[in-house]
Design a binder for this molecule. Structure first.
Ligand code: ADP
Length: 181
């Protein structure tokens, strides 16, 4: 585990499976329809059980746009809440991808604050099937979350839970860059 203290709050990165996290809220890398999908989305739905899809259908009949997030309960997961973030599909970087990715993280953090979550875990949003390139995606993720931790928030711990050594390495570099500023 690698970590940084930001305004007295913890920013951590670790390797692992986000469905096993015992934090208050975990984020999901969802799609606009919010009806489940592949990758981490599929893993979260499998671990949470069918109640998760039922709540999404009821509360978000039209899904949520790219760059935003929606919130549900955790159902069968150890986490109490799931923040369903919709990151951008990478289209070369000229389509507002960085702002949309930052927006997805920010929306999660705002929703987490609204419900009073103290600890939040994130996967590497957009960095799988959506193709967001590594160093830039990790940089946006780490910086956006650090910025939120510097402001008025009840969140005491934000953790990136990375599924591969490669992604973990990218986030470790981004965290080290931030820490050396
Ligand atoms: P996107 O469509 O936003 O790119 P993906 O689910 O394809 O989302 O990938 C996002 C990241 O989540 C990738 O780095 C992928 O390796 C990772 N991932 C997949 N399963 C899990 C899991 N169970 N826990 C944490 N991260 C995961």
């Amino acid at each position: 585990m690698t970590s940084l203290t930001v305004a007295g709050r913890r920013l951590e990165i670790t390797r692992g499976d986000i469905t096993r996290e015992t934090v208050d809220a975990i984020a999901n890398a969802a799609n606009e329809a919010l009806r489940g999908g592949a990758g981490v989305d599929g893993a979260i739905h499998r671990a949470a059980g069918p109640g998760l899809l039922g709540e999404l259908r009821e509360r978000y009949p039209h899904g949520t746009p790219t760059g935003t997030a929606a919130i549900t309960g955790g159902h069968g997961l150890p986490a109490r809440w799931v923040l369903h973030a919709v990151g951008p599909v990478w289209r070369g970087g000229g389509q507002g991808e960085a702002d949309l990715l930052a927006g997805a993280y920010r929306s999660c953090l705002r929703l987490a604050d609204e419900v009073g979550a103290r600890s939040v875990a994130f996967p590497a949003i957009s960095m799988g099937i959506y193709g967001y390139p590594g160093p830039e995606g990790a940089r946006v993720a780490v910086r956006t979350v650090a910025e939120h931790l510097r402001g008025a928030t009840a969140i005491e711990l934000a953790r990136f839970v990375l599924f591969s050594d490669e992604t973990h390495g990218l986030f470790a570099d981004a965290l080290a860059d931030l820490g050396s500023e």
